[in-house]
Write a protein that binds this ligand. Structure first.
Ligand code: ARG
Length: 595
């Protein structure tokens, strides 16, 4: 289906042409004076110069051409030459009925070159480290962008891009060698099969890594060993590769469990290591084409541009010991993705503090031609999740909070609130149902709290606010949905054929019209959120929808309305609920039946 704004603009363009003016003047925008009109067109002002006529005359001509329009209920030419527009209620109802009759509520699948293949690189956990709050944002934002772009009709591939190939691996190997030097992995003369059982558990691994990384900061000799181990691992030393596989397996099993709890799912579980086979050819090509040169022992490519206002250091392709670094793996991963998918876009959902790294990588990839011109490289840098003190979120003792504990805190808070809320009501919730609701509402509180902010902004993680049933929160949305479900159930109890009712009313009052207008913006919102990689637009849409719905609900007695009107109301409730359902799915959470 066409978008409302386009339908309206086309009608307006035709009117300009009909009145003898250029059609392109007829572009319509949403009104910035909602007290006066719903939409406006300022084309007559622009036309004044072109036709040497007073704008009000032009506006008057156009208004005349629009007499009898099926799309507008009101067209006013006002001084100095604006066209103030109101949408026809009949047309609006027809538009909403049309969208509700479609599978995707008016969202059209792009065709041909408009259909894009998009790789979303998100999550980015480092193996051997537990998921902590720092991993929350990339997971939540990336998952939502993936779902939105997919719903918009694109081919979308989510890749977790594990950090599994750098110094941390060398550090763990080094520490293991200190603690258990007799392990067969360190015996160079061993040429048999390595054991299948890993020589550590996930808890051991999670203790070893921070220990080793701390030691590297204090002990130069130890650090040198870790660097050497990293380089040897990358060069293919057998025992190290076998150990590394154990690290990977143990850790990925644990990561999968944790992402599952967040309802975050990756299509690809690739890591930095997967690009390793692509590194030698890539490096060779960069050298041969004259881009890569040795500087201070390392191999680098200049990425400075004349217009740079800030320092732009060269991009390091290989370290002086020949090991790959973070730039190397990101570049070779581009080579790999180009080969495997020929994507139209690669979207990186990563902490905005890594902006410089990505700028270097993107420039280097473009300059050396490892990425096609047609493929856009996009950095969606997210801000920091801060605690109430405005500093990066920490546990009370100053440590990093594990994701699973954070989830549990929110869930518990939700459960307490739900019990309190229902204490004096006669709706009996079993413990099981309460727990289920708390789980869903907790995830909604967390994800909505994060996604309702523009990703690049820092925000304050405030459990009390996020879990509130009022205001711009996940639980408010779920509560509104539960309210709709409860009304619909009451209708069913009265024997009304709820499922059969499909036509919304021609809106009679202001709040009903506003509700329908809000719904009618759905396909536009999806396009904007998808093109802009902007889940916050989905949040803004449903927050608005919830507010409009609640005002409408307050103003109208649904169950006691005259039968025809009531049936239209019911269709409106169903339409609202359906739009809420898809939208929260795109944000990555679900609604309970009641709350
Ligand atoms: N593992 C990285 C980190 O913890 C994030 C990875 C982001 N993605 C990428 N392609 N570099 O900082």
């Amino acid at each position: 289906m066409k978008m409302m704004i386009d339908v309206i603009s086309e009608e307006m363009m035709k009117a300009f042409e009909g009145a003898g003016y250029d059609g392109s003047l007829g572009r319509v925008t949403v009104s910035n004076r909602p007290d006066l009109c719903e939409y406006q067109c300022n084309g007559a002002m622009a036309g004044a110069k072109l036709y040497k006529k007073a704008p009000l005359v032009i506006a008057g001509d156009v208004a005349k051409a629009l007499e009898g329009s099926k799309i507008f209920s009101q067209v006013e030419a006002v001084a100095p030459g604006f066209l103030n527009l109101k949408l026809s209620e009949v047309f609006l109802a027809g538009f909403v009925n049309g969208m509700m009759a479609e599978d995707k509520f008016g969202v059209e699948d792009p065709e041909g070159k408009d259909k894009k293949t998009i790789i979303i690189d998100y999550g980015g956990p480092n193996v051997a480290k537990p998921l902590h709050v720092g991993h929350l944002r990339p997971a939540i934002i990336g998952e939502s962008i993936k779902r939105i772009c997919r719903y918009a009709g694109h081919e979308v591939i989510g890749d977790v891009h594990l950090g599994d190939w750098g110094l941390p691996m060398g550090q763990i190997i080094t520490e293991l060698a200190e603690r258990k030097p007799d392990l067969v992995y360190f015996d160079d003369s061993f040429d048999g099969e390595y054991p299948e059982e890993p020589p550590f558990t996930i808890s051991e691994l999670e203790e070893i890594y921070p220990f080793a990384s701390g030691k590297c900061k204090q002990d130069e000799e130890y650090k040198a060993k870790a660097l050497k181990a990293t380089a040897e691992l990358q060069k293919g030393r057998r025992g190290y590769r076998a150990l590394w596989k154990h690290i990977l397996n143990v850790s990925v099993g644990d990561l999968k469990k944790n992402y599952e709890k967040l309802d975050v799912h990756f299509d690809l579980w690739k890591g930095e290591s997967d690009c390793d086979p692509y590194i030698p050819d890539m490096v060779e090509k960069m050298k041969k084409d004259g881009y890569a040169y040795i500087s201070d022992g390392a191999l680098v490519v200049d990425v400075k541009e004349d217009t740079d206002k800030k320092e732009m250091p060269p991009c390091m392709i290989l370290k002086s010991d020949g090991a790959a670094n973070y730039e190397t793996t990101d570049l070779a991963t581009i080579v790999m993705r180009e080969q495997d998918y020929k994507p139209d876009s690669i979207v990186y959902v990563v902490d905005k503090r890594q902006q410089l790294h990505f700028e270097q990588v993107f420039r280097c990839a473009r300059k050396t031609g490892i990425v096609r011109d047609e493929c856009s490289l996009e950095f969606v840098g997210f801000g920091t999740m801060n605690g109430p003190d405005g500093k990066p979120f920490k546990t009370r003792d100053g440590g990093v909070l594990r994701l699973e504990y954070l989830l549990k805190d929110i869930r518990d808070k939700m459960e307490a609130d739900i019990r309190e809320n229902n204490a004096d009501k006669d709706k009996q919730l079993s413990d099981e149902e309460t727990a289920d609701i708390a789980g869903k509402a907790g995830l909604a509180a967390l994800k909505y709290g994060d996604l309702s902010n523009q990703a690049s902004k820092d925000y304050i993680f405030d459990i009390a606010r996020f879990t509130s049933f009022e205001g711009d929160t996940g639980p408010y949305i779920l509560y509104t949905m539960a309210r709709i479900k409860s009304v619909l159930n009451k209708c069913r109890e009265r024997g009304i054929d709820v499922d059969g009712l499909k036509s919304v009313n021609v809106p009679a009052g202001k709040t009903e019209k506003e509700l329908l207008m809000n719904m009618a913006g759905f396909n536009q919102m999806i396009k904007d959120a998808s093109d802009g990689r902007a889940p916050h637009k989905v949040c803004a849409f449903i927050y608005d929808l919830a507010n409009k719905f609640n005002t409408f609900y307050h103003d109208n007695n649904i169950l006691n309305a005259e039968e025809n009107v009531r049936n239209g109301f019911i269709a409106e409730l169903k339409a609202c609920l359906a739009l809420f359902e898809v939208s929260i799915g795109l944000l990555g959470f679900e609604a309970p039946e009641r709350m």
